[in-house]
Design a protein around this ligand. Structure first.
Ligand code: GLN
Length: 457
């Protein structure tokens, strides 16, 4: 813990940590020592973690990287972080992220962008994005300023940053990990999961994070398997699907090659490789960017200047309406405002059928695509995690949000269908930057999915 606290304190240029909780970390580490001495040491005991700022942590600043939550110190702890502390883990601090988890580059944070520890090997000095929205988590794990970190994934926010920084990131089946106490973005898509150096670490950490929680009505009442015990590396006879529709035009040849290599590795380990079709894939991104903002506009209505954080100053004669308006105009960043407006628009009486309802239908079709291939005996699906390697900070044109949204093309289908997905490091591109492969599993079959990921590692 001391070593990591020191490394974290010296990591300012990455801008990954937005709060250090050193005192708490030392207390937790002492308690962990006592448990170890007493012979009662679960696998997470004494492991120093970074926590994404989306998780409510008792008495510790929690802002979802937004100015609107300025000064908010929750009087409660999220279920999943509580489970980690109960398992003996240690909190080093809170990690930077995109504001309210909206973004793919960590550039929408009120604390400014996170820098990836990776560099292109062309000698250029460009600071690269670690991806987003869990960019602080990815940068911190990759830079060894925590052993592992929590992330959340609504449309790819664990898997894309994991791919950009050469680490492992797991988005569990919807309902596997409690959402209670995690600031909501799009409630029907949000899931928390581990971001770690290895598949084994992810398996151990997921076992600690998962489980039924009566405080989250969408949490599944299912036993949590010992995910680590499932890592045998034996995938003989498993059927791995390669979806035709993920072969996108204009995808870099290097990604195509690593995908092929991954396929050969799984075949070499005894898996059966089959071509599959997920015909509605091309509608996933537009459906996601209707549904996620719709849910966000509703979830973010609570930030009104009355209940939490920032409240705008009023002039003489101004009333509550001006207070709401000005608080939200001052407190929300540009991307969050864009999402709230899109969401309110697609939910409005005149456009509900044309946008929201249609997107919900598309979501059902996407879910059925997966159900069909799983019913045909496919155990897991292998795809690239992202359509490119990490890009430079400021390199994406901020005036064209669609370009940024295209980053999520391989990840959003998994959230729409509620499935588990994992991003595993697949190798480096010609610039020396990491690329990831994604495995998508059957619902509740994280153990099998992680075992296939283990065979790829
Ligand atoms: N990049 C996607 C978005 O901006 C996904 C974010 C996430 O998974 N939280 O919505």
């Amino acid at each position: 813990t001391e070593t990591y606290l020191e490394a974290a304190a010296a990591s300012g240029p990455l801008n990954a940590y937005i709060a250090h909780t050193s005192e708490l970390a030392r207390e937790q580490a002492k308690a962990a020592d006592a448990r170890i001495a007493g012979g009662d040491a679960p696998a997470m005991c004494g492991i120093p973690l970074g926590i994404k700022d989306l998780f409510c942590t008792r008495d510790v600043q929690t802002q979802a990287a937004s100015a609107i939550l300025e000064g908010f110190r929750p009087p409660y702890e999220s279920t999943t972080t509580q489970q980690l502390w109960d398992a003996g883990a240690v909190m080093l601090g809170k990690l930077n992220m995109d504001e309210f988890a909206m973004g793919s580059s960590n550039e929408t944070s009120t604390y400014g962008p996170v820098v990836s520890p990776w560099r292109r090997n062309d000698g250029g000095n460009t600071d690269l994005t670690p991806g987003g929205s869990s960019g602080g988590s990815a940068s911190a794990v990759s830079a060894d300023i925590c052993v592992a970190a929590t992330g959340t994934d609504t449309g790819g926010s664990i898997r894309q940053p994991a791919a950009f920084t050469g680490i492992v990131g797991v988005k569990p089946t919807y309902g596997r990990v409690s959402r209670w106490g995690i600031v909501a973005f799009a409630s029907s898509l949000d899931q928390a999961g581990p971001m770690t150096k290895t598949v084994r670490d992810s398996a151990i950490m997921l076992s600690a994070m998962a489980g039924h929680d009566p405080k989250d009505s969408t949490s599944a009442n299912l036993p949590v398997p010992d995910f680590e015990a499932a890592l045998t590396g034996d995938i003989r006879g498993k059927k791995i699907g390669i979806p035709t529709e993920y072969r996108m035009d204009g995808m870099p040849a290097e990604i195509e090659e690593l995908w092929q290599q991954g396929t050969e590795m799984l075949r070499g380990a005894g898996a059966e490789i089959v071509e599959i079709s997920l015909p509605h894939t091309k509608y996933a991104l537009p459906a996601y960017y209707v549904l996620a903002p719709a849910e966000a506009s509703s979830n973010l209505a609570r930030y009104d200047g009355v209940r939490y954080g920032h409240r705008a100053k009023l002039s003489q004669g101004e009333g509550v309406t001006e207070m709401y308006e000005r608080t939200r105009a001052e407190g929300f960043g540009k991307e969050v405002q864009r999402r709230v407006m899109i969401g309110a628009y697609v939910l409005s009486a005149g456009y509900y059928d044309a946008y929201y309802k249609r997107a919900q239908r598309v979501r059902t079709l996407i879910k059925r695509d997966f159900e069909t291939v799983f019913a045909d005996g496919v155990d897991a699906i292998l795809t690239p995690a992202t359509p490119s390697a990490a890009f430079g900070l400021g390199e994406m044109n901020n005036e064209d949000p669609i370009k940024m949204y295209l980053n999520d093309v391989f990840t959003v289908t998994v959230n729409l269908a509620g499935l588990p997905g994992v991003s595993v490091p697949a190798g480096l591109d010609s610039q020396g930057l990491p690329l990831g492969l994604q495995l998508i599993g059957q619902p509740w079959k994280e153990a099998e999915m992680l075992n296939a990921a283990y065979a790829l590692e």
